[in-house]
Ligand binder design. Structure first.
Ligand code: ZN
Length: 209
């Protein structure tokens, strides 16, 4: 691919991370929202390679897939030698596949609630190639502004793969040895992935078992 699997620069991205790293501050606190899937695991790898101090959190919001996602997120955190925090919320039952209104904003604010004194980044693995509003550059800039305002600039939202598609994230994972075999994504939350939902179809297309 023309921009290279490790070229993480793109126009419009908040440069705050790179400024800090360039200034020699490699001990940034970064909270990674870990779902157990490929994108958030790649996100974890990305910040670990930058030398950040990582806290990983799984947000259980009552989706049927959450129990098995949590199981896999635990395995991933263990693989990287990290503990995994868990925020549990109860809400309406019957959340289905596809876009879930408010989800990524809820994840970000869950992290903000959970880590009251955080100074650093809240990072998530949202990416291009989806029509979901809460994966879009406009969502990213809007939520980033709110979070920075809440925290007097002490917390920034970051999404290193915002302009990458799934194929590019997959290529990053392969190049950086991300443990894809530990990841799980099936929107139905079945022990044996359904093979039919969007996540399953993505994984099948990329050859991720
Ligand atoms: Zn599925």
């Amino acid at each position: 691919m023309s921009n290279g699997a490790t070229d993480l620069r793109w126009n419009g991205r908040i440069c705050w991370v790179r400024k800090q790293v360039a200034s020699g501050d490699s001990s940034l606190n970064t909270v990674v929202l870990l779902s157990g899937g490929m994108d958030s695991t790649a996100c974890l790898e990305y910040y670990l390679e930058l030398g950040h101090h990582i806290r990983a959190i799984f947000v259980d919001y009552g989706h049927p897939a959450n129990p098995i996602e949590y199981f896999h997120a635990q395995r991933i955190a263990q693989h990287y030698g990290l503990s995994l925090d868990r925020a549990n919320f109860t809400g309406p039952k019957g959340l289905g596949p596809g876009e879930i209104q408010g989800r990524n904003a809820f994840f970000i604010f869950s992290a903000l609630l959970y880590y009251q004194h955080l100074k650093g980044l809240v990072a998530l693995g949202i990416h291009a190639g989806t029509r979901y509003y809460d994966c879009s550059p406009s969502f990213f800039s809007q939520i980033g502004l709110i979070v920075a305002s809440y925290t007097n600039g002490q917390v920034q939202v970051d999404a290193p793969f915002l302009q990458w598609d799934k194929q590019q994230i997959w290529a990053y994972c392969k190049e950086h040895g991300v443990a894809l075999d530990l990841t799980y994504s099936c929107e139905k939350g079945e022990a044996i992935p359904c093979g039919l939902c969007l996540s399953c179809r993505d994984r099948s297309r990329l050859g991720v078992c």
